[in-house]
Ligand binder design. Structure first.
Ligand SMILES: *Cc1c(COP(=O)(O)O)cnc(C)c1O
Length: 404
């Protein structure tokens, strides 16, 4: 691929116009949108309006002017991105908190089944939360096995299979339908973590028959640092499952101020406390950008961007650990290198922002909404040069920051 080839692809790119709806700094090629999505232009104005008009002028009246329904309203905006019905998704809390609620709820749903099964090397919070959740349910345990052993780990004691759809390091993607069917064949529920796939690849929980799902909104959805997360519960399970963090916002009548907890109908019961309205405002403006986006076009562009970097990596002699089949991966590409940390820092010094995942992974996020083919081609050129000249050996690149 030459620069002209990349430019030619940009000229016919159906998503090219979205680039102008993001505020990206000059001189930066941002390949970390899988970790913190870029700032949509609409967000600062939405935050200012929420602070100045809604909070400043309208004060507490704003709760009845859109604030109190934000968790459901934003959930309905995320629903089409995962193939859910509008009333099957709610927004609030963090992915970690939603995981806890869903795991405990699934364990309590069928007391004859006591095991939660997950994958070794899953995203740390998923395993940490699962560990904490099983400790809260008498007799429950967590079984963590390598991917190749997962199918055999499912049996008549499995209450829940907890999988992350796209792996945060390698970009490997599970077949949603296939693994949902395997969990169901064992009589278990399945809980999907879409943190690295929502806004990155097409998802259809309804077609797959999935039970539960959670996901992050500050990655591909660009909701802002620490933006509230989402929870999906299939409508057929909504009345059967109970939220173990039984807070007043999930009560049937929060403003009746009753002593006893009585869960609200539908997704509202999954709420815990007062929603973070400033964070919701940022996320809502970011979500509005997704209206009408063709996920097939997004996936096709992601595949082309991937091919550009895969080519550059191959020329640099870097082993790629991400699947070659686009349908078997997410929207990031990862390379292995013994000095991946230094390599990442050398790229950042040239304005190419990717990230490092311990111990030896250089991870580059491919966000089709705001990256051009030429951007990615230029990033590939930097990568090739840094590897060829060993520019990463500069000692300045070896100092570790707290957040990698
Ligand atoms: C980013 C990510 C999370 C983040 O969880 P928080 O509670 O929002 O910090 C969880 N799971 C996966 C798979 C992730 O990639």
């Amino acid at each position: 691929m030459t620069r002209d080839d990349a430019r030619a692809l940009d000229r016919i790119d159906p998503l090219a116009s979205f680039r102008d709806r993001f505020a990206l700094p000059e001189g930066v090629i941002y390949l970390d949108g899988n970790s913190l999505g870029a700032l949509p232009d609409a967000v600062p104005a939405a935050l200012a309006d929420t602070a100045t008009r809604q909070w400043g002028d309208r004060l507490i009246r704003s709760w009845n002017e859109g604030w109190i329904d934000a968790p459901q309203r934003l959930g309905a905006k995320i629903a089409p991105l995962i193939g859910a019905a509008p009333d099957e998704v709610i927004v609030g809390d963090t992915t970690s908190t939603h995981l806890f609620k869903a795991i405990v709820a699934a364990l309590r749903h069928d007391p004859t089944r006591r095991t939660v099964v997950s994958e070794a090397g899953n995203f740390p919070t998923d395993l940490h939360i699962a560990e904490g959740a099983v400790a809260c349910v008498p007799g429950a345990r967590l079984t963590v096995v390598e991917r190749a052993a997962l199918a055999d780990a499912l049996d008549d004691d499995t209450a829940l299979l907890l999988l992350t759809h796209v792996h945060y390091k390698t970009s490997e993607r599970y077949d949603l339908t296939d693994w949902t069917a395997r969990a169901h064949a064992a009589g278990a529920l399945i809980l999907w973590d879409f943190s690295h796939s929502v806004g990155a690849v097409p998802i259809d929980v309804t077609a797959a028959g999935a039970d539960l799902a959670v996901g992050c909104t500050y990655k591909y959805l660009n909701g802002g640092p620490g933006a509230p997360a989402f929870l999906y519960v299939a409508s057929r399970l909504q009345e059967a499952l109970a939220n173990p963090i039984s807070g007043w916002m999930g009560h049937a009548e929060p403003f009746a101020f009753q002593d006893a907890y009585r869960p609200a109908a539908g997704m509202k019961r999954w709420l815990v406390g007062t929603p973070s309205i400033l964070a919701m405002a940022s996320l809502e403006a970011a979500l509005d950008l997704w209206t009408g986006i063709d996920m097939a076009a997004l996936q096709a562009k992601s595949a082309t961007l991937f091919a550009i970097l895969a080519d550059a990596g191959a020329q640099a002699g870097l082993p790629c650990v991400s699947p070659t089949d686009p349908s078997a991966r997410g929207s990031h590409i990862s390379f292995r290198h013994d000095h991946a940390y230094e390599l990442t820092q050398a790229l950042i010094a040239r304005g190419v922002i990717g990230d490092f995942r311990d111990p030896d992974i250089l991870r580059l996020g491919l966000t089709p909404l705001y990256l051009s083919h030429e951007d990615v081609w230029r990033a590939g050129e930097h990568l090739r040069e840094i590897v060829a000249t060993e520019a990463w050996r500069d000692p300045a690149f070896a100092t570790r920051n707290a957040v990698t």
